[in-house]
Design a protein around this ligand. Structure first.
Ligand code: 3EB
Length: 338
């Protein structure tokens, strides 16, 4: 009988009835299994406990929050490394950290330090390969005190860390071998950059989109250093081959298309997901989980209508209201296949 080592559930919680969900020790739930990690997306959400990591972000419905729960049917162990709280079974490691954003100056040095600590942690823990990472960035479209947009500032630090990690032998040459994780980079509330990730024993396979420039080759119009991520990565586990599709938006080549038109942007982003999924040997209809980020609450119902039409009926789909990394993007979505 199969023992899935990594599955994911998107669960909507009603705040009035589940206010204490975070304080309970929910490391094992007989209905679900062992919890590798639980990302709790909620308005004004703060306070982390073992395995539960808060992302302050509005859901689509006031008074509710989304729990993205990573489950293992085999026992899970906790591991603390520097500023990272991690949990793992024999094959996969989930971890998280918060990076306070300095009131003055750039956040790039703090981001670089946090990513380097992550690469060191991956080596030390025996899960050297970063498969998937989620980055949530406060005031993402606002300038820092030096005038550089926070997202571009973040990209600067992340790119420095990838270069340094390569110099130190912690990662394979990220650009030449296209050895980068799938990623999400989205706005959140609060004062800290919050990131969590999945890593494994063997390298993921990097997948790109035939009609998009690889993010790590974006020209300098999008910032002094490019974003370091793959459009998708596939991983290998005993008994499954999860596919992680990065945050995907209405971008063709390296340019935003359909500026100001949320309907056309949603169709273009879903078309991009289909192309990346196809390049990974999958398809829109085979993806099992989607997360949809919408910049303006007023656009939610239009985006939801298109997603309901085009995404598979059996998939888990969660919607959020959040800023997108380019100010001209009105929505973005990510996906996975179990
Ligand atoms: C893009 O394609 C849109 O900075 O980690 C998507 C996924 C995007 C991840 C990141 C950014 C990131 O450039 C934005």
């Amino acid at each position: 009988c199969r023992t899935p080592l990594l599955t994911c559930r998107l669960i909507r919680k009603n705040l009035s009835r589940h206010a204490d969900i975070c304080s309970a020790d929910a490391s094992y739930d007989p209905d679900q299994g062992f919890i590798l990690g639980n990302a709790i997306y909620g308005s004004g959400k703060t306070g982390d406990t073992a395995g539960h990591f808060a992302i302050p972000m509005a859901s689509d419905t006031p008074g509710t929050e989304w729990h993205e729960t990573w489950l293992s049917q085999a026992p899970v162990q906790a591991l603390q490394y520097g500023n990272y709280a991690c949990r793992h079974n024999t094959e996969v490691l989930w971890g998280c950290t918060a990076i306070p954003v300095p009131a003055k100056g750039a956040c790039a040095p703090a981001v670089a330090a946090a990513y380097l600590e992550l690469f060191n942690l991956l080596q030390a823990s025996g899960f050297p390969h970063l498969w998937r990472i989620w980055n949530y960035i406060p005031r993402i479209n606002q300038p820092n005190s030096e005038g550089l947009e926070m997202y571009r500032d973040f990209n600067f630090g992340r790119a420095e860390a990838f270069a340094d990690a390569y110099d130190q032998g912690l990662v394979q040459m990220p650009w030449a071998t296209r050895h980068m994780p799938a990623a999400t980079g989205i706005g959140c509330d609060g004062d800290s950059i919050r990131l969590y990730f999945l890593a494994g024993r063997n390298p993921g396979t990097h997948v790109e989109n035939p009609r998009q420039v690889a993010a790590y080759r974006y020209p300098a119009d999008h910032g002094p250093r490019p974003p370091c991520f793959a459009r998708a990565s596939t991983a290998r586990l005993p008994g499954s081959q999860p596919l992680f599709i990065s945050g995907t938006a209405s971008i063709i080549g390296h340019q935003t298309v359909h500026i100001g038109n949320v309907v056309a942007q949603t169709h273009a982003a879903i078309d991009n997901i289909a192309l990346v999924a196809g390049n990974a040997g999958s398809s829109l209809q085979q993806l099992t989980l989607y997360k949809v980020y919408v910049r303006h609450a007023r656009d939610l119902e239009q985006v939801r209508r298109i997603c309901t039409e085009r995404l598979p009926a059996q998939a888990q789909v969660a919607y959020f209201v959040a800023d997108i990394c380019r100010s001209n993007l009105l929505m973005e979505l990510e996906a996975m296949q179990h």
